[in-house]
Design a protein around this ligand. Structure first.
Ligand code: B12
Ligand code: SF4
Length: 448
């Protein structure tokens, strides 16, 4: 049996400019499971691919096309399904991933045969094996299929993430020049935990895995780190710094095994500000960048979003990271309820704090979050391409939509210039911009 594993093309500002590009880790997990079971797996990563999809399907002639994707990629996913079935009508199409896990009903496009809501690679392999035998697949957790009563999902049961195989990174080297997190390149990505024990109202990631946080055994994480090719590792947990004991054991493991890498991770401001000595050890062990959910310059907003932190905690956090010489990427939110003064306050916050990189995303109700349930009747659109946290999907409360968009764009420009003046984004040169635009143009024609 031959499987074509596909990550869809993304052509938005973030990816066309290539400032953050990660390896297709989800496909590397699936490929590992397939290859272990003797199933041939071919990867098609639309993010780094110039060949038209149908040409690849024609050449590979897969028995199964398995597609991942985020909510912003629904239309692309539907287009890949159409193309796959057109070029290779006998192939089966299976969808999966974080969007499918909680919003699978939106993915029942014509041509889709199965949707896997679960994260289990073993279940995916079992599905492939039963298709290979020509039988009807068993009742696997979270497996959705069309029935005479319409599409039905078997109950989703989170898998034990310790059962996932080590990702197969055999194609990493070939694509390494693409992988970067702003100034750090090439990067590898490693996932050490799923979901998050906190409950910020706008967060999608915490609802994954049945809303239950689970961290992998550290020995397997360290085994993986010993083998990853990148000099910098982006730990893609929703939040890596959760359990103090685990972080200490992780540091001891790095030391004992002599693992020397640079690390980037997501972390909460309250953990950072509450553990100055541990943070110092992390920085000494190679942690160079922390992506911190600062979210707002006002306490009222943090409380409304159930963030569980405060502006004072945020300030202590950025001061501490600055003192330790680590990069703090402050993740903040532009709320459609912003007044002109709120936009100015966010910029002032950045200007008066020792941070170089401040990212601002538009507050967006992502489906399956409490925030979405509360605001779904107010949405300006149900086109999920606009849910990329850069578009406005709720009516602004204090200005017109155009005024909000202009103020948001102006804030982004000012923050980028501020960051640049403070020494960030060194990789952005005129040559680099020209090259990345050219790469984006070449990928434009791949969805055919
Ligand atoms: C790293 C990351 C990125 C990277 C890209 C990573 C990638 N591989 O493409 C970057 C920084 C570019 C990025 C961008 C965006 N991201 Co992002 N990202 C993440 C993050 C932190 C980790 C994702 C990851 O690498 N996971 C590791 C892989 C192995 O896990 P996985 O995808 O769950 O895969 C497992 C299963 O789901 C399953 N599986 C996956 N696919 C398939 C397919 C099949 C067929 C099967 C059977 C199984 C299967 O198998 C895997 C192994 O168990 C998550 C947060 C999180 N906690 O997940 C957010 C997250 C996925 N991102 C999110 C969002 C909103 C975005 C953006 C739209 C907005 C933004 N500005 O950040 C953009 C859009 C990019 C796009 N593709 O359209 C949301 C997803 C919302 C949604 N409903 O889709 C998340 C959950 C963050 C959040 N808390 O809201 N992101
Ligand atoms: S925003 Fe961060 S801390 Fe809050 S629930 Fe999501 S991952 Fe956890």
């Amino acid at each position: 049996m031959r499987v074509l594993l596909v990550r869809p093309r993304v052509l938005n500002a973030m990816t066309v400019f290539g400032a953050i590009v990660c390896e297709p880790l989800e496909l590397e997990y699936l490929a590992a499971g397939c290859r272990k079971a003797g199933i041939e797996a071919v990867l098609y990563d639309g993010v780094t691919e110039y060949r038209p999809f149908s040409k690849v399907v024609k050449a590979v002639r897969p028995d199964v096309v398995a597609l991942t994707g985020y909510l912003t990629q629904e239309r692309e996913m539907a287009a890949y399904v159409r193309l796959a079935k057109k070029v290779c009508p006998r192939c089966r199409v299976i969808l999966g991933g974080v969007h499918a896990q909680l919003c699978w009903e939106r993915l029942t496009f014509p041509g889709v045969d199965y949707i896997c809501r679960g994260e289990s690679v073993d279940d995916f392999v079992t599905l492939l094996q039963s298709l290979d035998r020509g039988g009807e697949p068993p009742e696997l957790p979270g497996l959705c299929r069309p029935t005479e009563w319409g599409w039905q999902s078997a109950p989703y049961v989170p898998c034990d993430i310790n059962d996932l195989p080590p990702p197969d990174r055999s194609s990493w080297k070939e694509k390494a020049r693409w992988y970067r997190y702003t100034d750090f390149s090439p990067i590898s990505t490693v996932k050490t935990a799923v979901s998050c024990p906190f409950s910020c109202t706008f967060c999608y990631g915490r609802n994954l895995h049945g809303g239950v946080y689970q961290a992998r055994d550290l020995s397997s994480v360290l085994d993986e780190l010993e083998a990853v090719p990148g000099e910098t590792v982006f730990l893609v947990d929703s939040d890596f710094l959760i359990e103090e004991e685990r972080v200490r054991a992780f540091l001891a493991g790095l030391e004992a095994r002599g693992i020397r890498k640079k690390f980037i991770c997501y972390a909460r401001a309250d953990f950072i500000s509450g553990h100055p000595a541990l943070m110092e050890e992390l920085c000494k062990a190679g942690f160079v960048m922390f992506l911190v959910g600062i979210e707002a310059a006002q306490d009222g907003r943090l409380d409304r979003w159930n963030k569980g932190t405060s502006t004072a905690v945020n300030d202590t956090c950025v001061e501490l990271l600055h003192r330790l010489g680590a990069e703090c990427v402050a993740l903040t939110i532009a709320d459609p309820s912003f007044t002109k003064a709120d936009f100015r306050a966010l910029y002032r916050w950045a200007k008066t704090r020792p941070v170089r990189c401040v990212s601002v995303q538009v507050l967006t109700p992502l489906p399956a979050t409490p925030f979405y349930e509360a605001r779904r009747k107010d949405l300006l659109t149900d086109d999920f391409r606009k849910f990329d946290l850069a578009h406005l999907v709720l009516e602004p409360a204090h200005m017109s939509k155009t005024a909000f968009r202009l103020r948001y764009a102006w804030l982004l420009v000012r923050l980028a210039l501020l960051g640049r003046a403070r020494g960030a984004y060194r990789f952005v040169t005129p040559g680099w911009v020209a090259r990345t635009l050219w790469k984006g143009l070449r990928r434009w024609g791949t969805l055919r």
